[in-house]
Design a protein around this ligand. Structure first.
Ligand SMILES: *Cc1c(COP(=O)(O)O)cnc(C)c1O
Length: 221
């Protein structure tokens, strides 16, 4: 069932060197280990509690295994997220940034983040709602010495057709280019999921987050 190998081959064939995050939400740790045995090293989870229940703590994981939090993070779960995640890819407000900085200070640790951009303008989506808001958060990083900005993440339009996907991904790429003028080290552009990763790679993505195509359909309980 778990097929990291063919998905990774297809992704690398389209654009070599791309990071493939294997999104394991709603799938058990056995599936994670099956993908790991096929070469997967980075896993994506969208809920803090599920991540902590499924994955061993940092330092006790199989060689090279990392877990990224990719789902919306509530401020009251920030401490628990920082303790477990190697990166938070869904930072979407300045208050959340402040909370992360405060918890990192208390835990005496740094954390890698991506800023999430709502590139499709869909109401139900998280992410910064405009370029200006995201760039203001980039400026605010000067007050956050424990936070390491690694790049920008977006989720393509829900059920998007090619045209809407292109619009959203190109808009995110332009914003990413802007951010890199002041933060050249923020070199990750994370866009693309099972249904739209090819378009995302054509628009400049260098990290795709793929669940269904690797692990099969999720069974929501
Ligand atoms: C679930 C999820 C994915 C993976 O979606 P698939 O369509 O199963 O590939 C990618 N990114 C985020 C933020 C997700 O929540």
């Amino acid at each position: 069932m778990t097929d990291f190998t063919s998905v990774n081959n297809a992704v690398q064939q389209k654009k070599s060197g791309v990071t493939l995050v294997a999104v394991s939400k709603f799938h058990p740790y056995e599936a994670v280990m099956e993908a790991y045995s096929q070469g997967a090293r980075i896993f994506g989870e969208n809920r803090v509690q599920e991540m902590r229940e499924k994955f061993p703590p940092k330092g006790e994981r199989p060689d090279g295994m990392k877990v990224y939090l990719i789902g919306q993070l509530q401020r009251n779960k920030v401490k628990k997220a920082i303790e477990w995640a190697d990166r938070i890819e869904s930072v979407d407000s300045i208050p959340l940034l402040d909370k992360i900085e405060a918890e990192c200070t208390a835990l005496n640790t740094d954390i890698e983040i991506l800023f999430e951009f709502n590139s499709s303008g869909e109401e139900q989506k998280s992410g910064f709602r405009s370029e200006e808001e995201l760039l203001a958060a980039v400026d605010h990083l000067s007050d956050c010495p424990h936070i390491i900005l690694k790049g920008i993440m977006t989720i393509g339009p829900l059920g998007g057709d090619e045209e809407r996907n292109l619009l959203a991904f190109k808009r995110t790429k332009a914003l990413y280019d802007d951010v890199r003028k002041t933060h050249p080290e923020a070199a990750v552009l994370s866009m693309g999921m099972s249904a739209d990763w090819k378009t995302a790679l054509e628009c400049g993505s260098d990290e795709v987050r793929i669940g269904t195509a690797i692990f099969g359909e999720r069974i929501y309980r």
